[in-house]
Design a protein around this ligand. Structure first.
Ligand code: FAD
Ligand code: SF4
Length: 505
């Protein structure tokens, strides 16, 4: 029997399960990596994401060769043709692939017509296996993140002392919502100049006519594990000490604040969750870092990230098609072209996403996503856009974050209430409103902020459905204070806004 290994573009580390299974025989085990142009031609991706993946793959192929693996690297229109030729040339009888994180990719592999057996090796990209998550989920009344997170802390012994949370408290969320008032000295980000390999990919992407999104240059992301580890160390030294308190704050011109910018690397295997968790925990004990920041970060990686992956594989295959509010408005064109909106918060963040393929969590959730939710945009169109626009986007993390957390399109499997907010929240947590043509305190009228009339219109339109969500009762009581005349005016403004936007297309 002759085994060959296919390494996918988001499985770029030497300890991944398929490579590990043949490690002792590496000099006799052929390995293949394939840059397939099929996907890049089928749907939009951020140009910097294409560069990141393909450059990281090329660097990883070299790393494997240096470690004694025999590596074939192909650039092709699809996967099947180069796989068939490689299987034949190397007399491969068993093709091993680590099970993909994304369902559509797993289905594509199953549909391949190859002359050899295909084995999907158990995925070791996450701390929680799919099976362990399922066992946990079945023991719960509802999929509460907080319970999952606490179980994760205990199970993996993270910030635990004698079975109790360090500091006597499981979470410091309340301390981690400081608005950005006064002068904030935000730290620089660690970026890299492209090397020759990366520059070749940049030039290649520039020369192609892909239906892509965003700017390809300047490209400054890390493309190797060594660089990704530098980003992690840099984060711990300069950003982590203030990560917690200002986690939700947004400032004009500040693309990353104190965030770690690790998701692009965690999602393609250049970093493992264990790397980030172990180093941050060590820094907490050795450098006596502030626990609110340390716990805040651990909650993201050990809590949210593992939870989203677990939920993706736990829910039914039709999860991505859910639309609880039955929202059907088309996605406004300005999501694809920031110049086309005069709403300052959206414009600032959309320009940033075009530039670097990144926005931090609150920019994604409470501005980009919130607007689509309250304006009644189709969740599928929104998800398609998020998938195209972000450097760290993959099916497993997109469906759960956009369809579940962001749009509440799953009716509350994942979130306990919709993340809907008016301009009040954006004004409190950012400096965007100060230089906006709209008035953040006005609900109706010429200069009323669209976040306001859409917010109240959203609550009014879905009042009956929202009544079933316990955590919405206080908000719905506020709605009762608006007169029928004002609600009618609000409805009218919302309708006119959509009409105006679609007339511009
Ligand atoms: P930090 O704020 O520094 O957090 C540290 C790490 O925690 C992140 O790198 C990430 O790995 C993890 N994390 C935190 N929250 C989440 C979460 N909700 N889901 C998964 N991991 C999380 N994350 C992606 O990786 N890819 C996406 O395509 C993506 N799309 C999103 C879309 C929407 C609408 C929302 C609300 C969130 C989305 N997220 C996505 C989650 C989160 O916003 C990003 O992981 C985070 O902003 C990445 O930046 P960072 O590395 O600086 O994160
Ligand atoms: Fe955004 Fe409204 Fe504030 Fe303008 S006023 S920045 S549109 S929230």
């Amino acid at each position: 029997m002759s085994i060959g290994i296919w390494v996918l573009g988001d499985q770029l580390w030497t300890e991944q399960a398929a490579l590990k299974s043949c490690e002792p025989k590496r000099s006799n085990t052929p390995v293949i990596l394939i840059e397939s142009l099929y996907y890049a031609k089928q749907r939009h991706y951020h140009r910097q994401k294409l560069v990141l993946i393909w450059s990281a793959m090329r660097h990883f192929a070299k790393e494997l060769r240096d470690r004694g693996w025999s590596v074939t690297y192909e650039i092709a229109d699809d996967f099947e043709v180069p796989l068939k030729a490689w299987v034949k040339t190397n007399n491969i009888t068993e093709l091993r692939v680590m099970a993909p994180n994304d369902r559509p990719f797993a289905q594509m592999i199953e549909s391949l017509s190859l002359s050899c057996k295909i084995t999907l090796v158990h995925n070791n990209h996450f701390l929680w296996s799919k099976e362990d998550f399922q066992e946990w989920a079945k023991s719960q009344k509802s999929l509460l993140l907080e319970n999952f997170y606490r179980e994760g802390r205990r199970r993996f012994d993270v910030l635990i002392e004698g079975n109790k949370p360090v500091g006597g408290q499981w979470n410091f969320d309340k301390q981690n919502r400081k608005p950005p008032k006064g002068k904030l000295n935000t730290p620089d980000a660690l970026w890299f100049e492209p090397d020759r390999t990366t520059q070749a990919v940049i030039d290649w992407v520039k020369s192609q006519d892909f239906p892509a999104y965003g700017e390809v240059e300047p490209f400054r992301w890390a493309v190797t594990r060594q660089q990704a580890l530098q980003v992690l160390d840099f984060f711990i030294q300069y950003r982590l000490p203030n990560f917690g308190p200002y986690q939700d704050a947004m400032l004009t011109g500040e693309e990353t604040m104190w965030h770690s910018m690790l998701s692009p690397y965690l999602n393609i295997g250049l970093l493992q969750p264990e790397d980030a968790i172990a180093k941050v925990q060590k820094a907490y004990y050795e450098k006596k870092l502030d626990l609110t920041s340390v716990e805040g970060f651990i909650r993201q990686v050990l809590g949210w990230r593992e939870y989203m992956h677990g939920v993706y594989h736990y829910v039914d295959n039709d999860y991505g098609k859910r639309n609880w509010f039955n929202h059907t408005q088309p996605l406004p064109q300005f999501y694809w072209d920031a110049e086309k909106t005069d709403m300052n918060c959206l414009r600032q963040i959309l320009m940033q996403v075009q530039r670097i393929g990144y926005a931090h969590h609150i920019q994604r959730l409470m501005v980009l996503n919130n607007f689509a939710l309250i304006a009644g945009i189709s969740p599928f169109e929104l998800e398609e856009w998020f998938h195209a626009a972000f450097i760290d986007a993959y099916d497993w993390v997109m469906q759960t974050n956009v369809i579940g957390m962001g749009q509440f399109a799953d009716g509350g499997i994942l979130a306990s209430k919709p993340y809907a907010a008016s301009a009040n929240y954006i004004n409190k947590m950012s400096d965007y409103c100060g230089s906006c043509v709209y008035k953040q305190q006005e609900r109706t009228g010429e200069q009323a902020c669209p976040f306001n009339f859409f917010y109240w219109d959203f609550l009014a339109r879905h009042r009956d459905q929202l009544k079933s969500q316990g955590r919405m009762s206080l908000t719905l009581r506020h709605l009762e204070r608006l007169s029928p005349e004002e609600l009618k005016k609000i409805r009218q403004e919302a309708i006119e806004w959509h009409a105006k936007i679609s007339a511009k297309v």
